[in-house]
Design a protein. Sequence first.
Length: 59
Amino acid sequence: MSIWRVLLAILFPPLAVYDRGCGSIIIVLILTVCGWVPGTIAALVILNKPQYNTYTAYE
């Protein structure tokens, strides 16, 4: 997690999780509309989780 992502999560949470999928963006957007703090916390939690590539070929 880079410092730029953390700053982006604090300033505009939905934009910070744009590469984590549509579901993450929608959840963070709804929480941000309900209140800035829940959206920021959700974005930081989502950014802290490791990102798995589901499209890798299994051997």
